[in-house]
Design a protein around this ligand. Structure first.
Ligand SMILES: Cc1cccc(C)c1Nc1c(-c2c(F)cccc2F)nc2cccc(C)n12
Length: 233
């Protein structure tokens, strides 16, 4: 069994990221609504819009707790949030669908997504991704670090000081690599598989842009926060 040791800094970093990840969960009232409200296409879309809005709020709060993030240039902070929001939300909803939810919520959420007016061409890749994330059986530390690494992607549009973001991302990558060895000693390629999911996330964010456009065409209403993070309306 491979010995894995963490430096004091890495232990501190992991604690901060895990606390932030646990602290910023989708509020229970939003999750509860999934079970209660009606099942019409409109009702499903409204619920998902509310859930997406709360996911963005949770994402912003989580990001602010990433060590070093608030020391970045202010405009770069915005560029990183806007550039990573969809990918971080796909990761967060994948984790919610794969286990986080109390029994029965997962099927209900899946059903509402399928019956919310999203065309089949987006539903398929979305659920393939959710399944591929589920099959990884990530521990909480890995989920939180993968989300952190996604947010700290240096080559997002309009990021000015990329090296500063690279330095933060590399710290999280070093930690994730060790976490993978610790939690998946039998799978030497596990870390590479996790990073492979990030490539799939980029593809999904293109689908997401098309979903947004098709919702707009069908005159679906978004919340001000969703309009701001994705520059719509
Ligand atoms: C909350 C949710 C969960 C799973 C699937 C979907 C379609 C949603 N809902 C939305 C998403 C979205 C997301 F929040 C996470 C993952 C992928 C996403 F498409 N993005 C948006 C943008 C405008 C309106 C909505 C309803 N919406």
């Amino acid at each position: 069994k491979k010995k894995v040791s963490f430096t004091k800094e890495q232990q501190a970093l992991m604690k901060v990221i895990i606390d932030a990840y646990n602290k910023h969960q989708i509020p229970q009232d939003v999750a509860k609504k999934l079970l209660q409200d009606k099942y019409s296409t409109e009702e499903n879309f409204l619920l998902l819009t509310e859930m997406a809005t709360s996911q963005v709020q949770v994402l912003v709060e989580f990001t602010k707790n990433i060590p070093g993030f608030l020391s970045l240039d202010r405009e770069d902070q915005i560029a990183l949030l806007k550039g990573s929001a969809v990918e971080a939300m796909f990761l967060r909803s994948a984790q919610a669908l794969n286990k986080k939810m109390p029994i029965g919520h997962t099927e209900v959420l899946e059903e509402r997504i399928r019956k919310s007016g999203i065309s089949e061409e987006f539903i398929k890749p979305m659920f393939n991704f959710y399944k591929s994330i589920g099959e990884l059986h990530m521990v909480l530390e890995e989920q939180a670090l993968l989300t952190t690494i996604t947010i700290l992607t240096p080559d997002r549009p309009y990021v000015k000081d990329q090296p500063a973001v690279e330095r933060l991302q590399e710290t999280a990558l070093d930690l994730l690599r060790k976490m993978c060895v610790l939690h998946h000693p039998q799978e030497p390629q596990y870390f590479a598989r996790l990073l492979g999911r990030l490539t799939e996330l980029r593809t999904l964010s293109h689908y997401h842009a098309e979903m947004l456009a098709s919702w707009r065409v069908n005159d679906h209403k978004f919340t001000p926060l969703l309009c701001e993070i994705w520059d719509v309306q």
